[in-house]
Design a protein around this ligand. Structure first.
Ligand SMILES: Cc1cc2nc3c(=O)[nH]c(=O)nc-3n(C[C@H](O)[C@H](O)[C@H](O)COP(=O)(O)OP(=O)(O)OC[C@H]3O[C@@H](n4cnc5c(N)ncnc54)[C@H](O)[C@@H]3O)c2cc1C
Length: 436
């Protein structure tokens, strides 16, 4: 394989580029395909086997930076478009991000890591609760920063860490809080929907030095989002499908850090630190003729929009079946136009929809799966791969149970044999899940 030594911005004519690429191709891959290292003279000249200079000086290009969670690429937001219609209780956004110049590549099935910023209004409220200005000097690693910076960019100020709760219990002498800390279930209940500001407001007499406070907080973590685009359909871009987390708890309106950073606070000029999180455990079948069954309600649609774009762009011949659902057809039918276009151009062979709040009965994707047991089992018997994405706590379990029932009823197998069939699907990587 030709190693691309020459980036497009190298100062060569096209003729020189082709000659040099051909030259490198000769000895980058040995006869047995093994890679050899190109030889450079001391001044960067390309040296032939007999030691003669054969070209203009060529310095090896510095390796493209490898972006990861510790060294993210500062990308740019291109699009932030609501996917729900007015009247929905949901707020899901279609996000498009520019990756050009990064050298970052991804495959459908991968996720994008995003390093968010905290909400500045929450930072302001926290500073006010402690009587700080935000200009107090604190150190983080070997940097000295004004307190406001780590609170906005580097520390988790939503869920309080145990160390902070312990400091509150100790300083306040609150026995109930001490007891909560010693019981895992009680602690989880206490933490549900509580943030650091709730503690500051509940214990106004507890005071910290700014540095001690920062040291008690956890680092601000990145969030992952399933990529909802195919690089074949959108070169240089990555798309996401992000549900904004908003709720009321303990008397205050609260927001999820990263989802609302993307939905509300990230502007097109805001640097958006990203990295690609490769997920080889969630890939399209290598054989493009394999039938694919996708179950992705809500934001679970994300990787399947990418799969459909990819199968269309690559001309994959296998059939595609999507189960999608949400609360209301009128307001929550994410990507309706695109899915209908996939149906009419033949990319999608089947689309089954489940609306949980449109009728007297709540209908979910697992109900639709059961309704089509015979056909679904026929697709599996035809070598089909079954994919699930979205909510891990309920949906994925309900879909798993529905799939088991489909196999058992449509095949006539015993429970044991149906369980074995399901196991074989997993073993053959034909039952894959991307759930969170
Ligand atoms: C592999 C992977 C892929 C993912 N793909 C997607 C995707 O495609 N789209 C997508 O939207 N998300 C996706 N997620 C989830 C995403 O990473 C974030 O977890 C999500 O956006 C919430 O992050 P946040 O920072 O906005 O919220 P956080 O600041 O992390 O807040 C979330 C927390 O708020 C609390 N909370 C939430 N609601 C309530 C409530 N009603 N009452 C009390 N407390 C509450 C809970 O403690 C919850 O854990 C994915 C996750 C993984 C691991």
């Amino acid at each position: 394989m030709l190693v691309p030594f020459l980036p497009n911005n190298a100062p060569f004519t096209e003729e020189q580029r082709q000659w040099l690429n051909g030259y490198f191709a000769g000895w980058v891959c040995g006869a047995n395909g093994s890679a050899t290292v190109p030889a450079f003279g001391g001044d960067g000249q390309v040296i032939s086997g007999d030691g003669q200079a054969v070209g203009e000086p060529v310095l090896p290009e510095p390796e493209a930076p490898r972006y990861d969670r510790n060294n993210p690429f500062a990308a740019r937001l291109l699009t932030n478009r609501p996917l729900n219609a007015k009247g929905s209780v949901k707020d899901v956004r279609h996000i498009e991000i520019d990756l050009s110049g990064s050298g970052l590549t991804y495959e459908v099935g991968d996720a994008l890591g995003i390093i968010p910023q905290n909400c500045p209004a929450l930072v302001g409220d926290l500073l006010e609760a402690f009587g700080w200005t935000g200009d107090e000097a604190v150190t983080l690693g070997d940097e000295t920063l004004p307190l406001r910076d780590p609170l906005q960019h580097h520390r988790t100020i939503t869920e309080p860490p145990k160390a902070l709760l312990e400091a509150y219990a100790e300083q306040s002498g609150d026995g109930d809080l001490r007891a909560i800390l010693e019981n895992r279930d009680a602690l989880n209940d206490f933490l549900w929907g509580r943030d650091v500001l709730d503690l500051a407001l509940a214990y106004p007499d507890v005071r910290f030095e700014p540095q001690a406070f920062i040291d008690l907080l956890r680092p601000l973590a990145h969030r992952l989002y399933s990529i909802s685009s195919s690089p074949k359909a959108h070169p240089g871009q990555v798309h996401l499908t992000v549900g904004a987390v908003r709720y009321e708890a303990h008397g205050r309106a609260k927001t999820g850090v990263c989802s609302t950073f993307l939905a509300d606070r990230c502007l097109d000029e805001t640097p958006l630190p990203v990295f690609v999180h490769h997920n080889n455990a969630f890939r399209l079948p290598t054989d493009p003729a394999t039938p694919v069954i996708m179950v992705g309600p809500g934001t679970g649609i994300a990787p399947f929009r990418a799969f459909l774009e990819e199968r269309k762009a690559s001309g994959a011949t296998g059939k595609n079946w999507l189960f999608f659902g949400d609360q209301h057809e009128a307001t929550d039918y994410l990507y309706r136009d695109e899915l209908e276009a996939f149906l009419s151009d033949g990319t999608l062979d089947r689309l089954d929809l489940a609306w949980s709040r449109d009728g007297a009965e709540k209908v979910y994707v697992q109900h639709r799966i059961r309704e089509h047991a015979e056909t679904l089992f026929a697709w599996l018997e035809d070598g089909g791969a079954f994919y699930v994405c979205g909510d891990a706590s309920h949906m994925a379990k309900d879909v798993d149970a529905a799939l088991f029932e489909v196999i058992r009823t449509a095949s006539g197998l015993t429970e044991e044999a149906a369980a074995d069939y399901l196991k074989q699907l997993k073993r053959a990587k034909r039952y894959l899940r991307d759930v969170y």
